[in-house]
Design a protein around this ligand. Sequence first.
Ligand code: FES
Length: 315
Amino acid sequence: MERQKVKNCIDSGGNFCPCNLAYSNDCIRCNMLNNNNCCDCVWQGVCILNTLNHNKLYKPNERKQYLCKIVENKEIEKDVYLMKINIPNELSKDLYRPGSYVMLKSKEKNSDIFNTPISVMDIENDILEVVIRSVGPKTKAIVKSSELYVKGPYFNGIFGLENINKAFNEKCMLILSGLSQVNAIKVVKKLIDNNRVDVFINSDGILIDEVTNKIKDLGANIYYFDINDLEVIRGHIKENNIGLVYCASNLAVSKIIRDIVDSIDDTIKLSISNNNLICCGEGMCGACGIEINGEIVKTCKSQIDSRIFLDAKFK
Ligand code: FES
């Protein structure tokens, strides 16, 4: 297996690189900085070791949190809230990227144990839009709050980002099911100018009108399907010569879609939403680790080939 397919760090070469992991010799990208003393990153435009050597007298650049006002909060389904939050421009300018997410916590719960990773649904004029299901102490506090701490930006909400970022003249198919559908808006924005985009939404799950309407307005073709009858998905991929599939759903559905895609042509590019557990989002706590070829890989920071991720061992 090509090593770089498994462990590309989403932050490498960006504003938050080198991060605390590099400073503690736990870098997920640079083997010179994780005690293996072997230079084999296959140059990707940055030498993290060299950057660290230039910066090590300084502290790593860490993500900031901002106290932000909620400008709209509406319950769109039982215990599901669409929230619009006014955030500073220095944060919003990085959240247009497909797969971006933030950590939210209520103003009243200003302790990091309340940090909750939430996908960015959309970002316009410094207004951050998110959808939150209120299920536990963290999310219940968020939906009741009038101000929130917003920390970010984080980027690894999708595996196979390169497929999306590099797509050109491609026939793309997005398959959306459940709350993961919210991160499709930025994917459509990225693809729509240079590709055909067909979006299939599971009619047997939650339907969020705001998501559907935005996708329609962007010019994508919308279809509905029933998760219990996936022949329509198989037929569409086959008949339309689809070259890129993006599945935003839970692990079980992503595996089913992978199997359908591979049964047609296993060279079709496959990207999926990252629905794995995320706690710190910084590679520090280990909560998101999965096992690939006997090695623990931190999914909050590692860009992993979607097919390899789906075959990994989960805790
Ligand atoms: S969420 Fe903490 S290491 Fe990934």
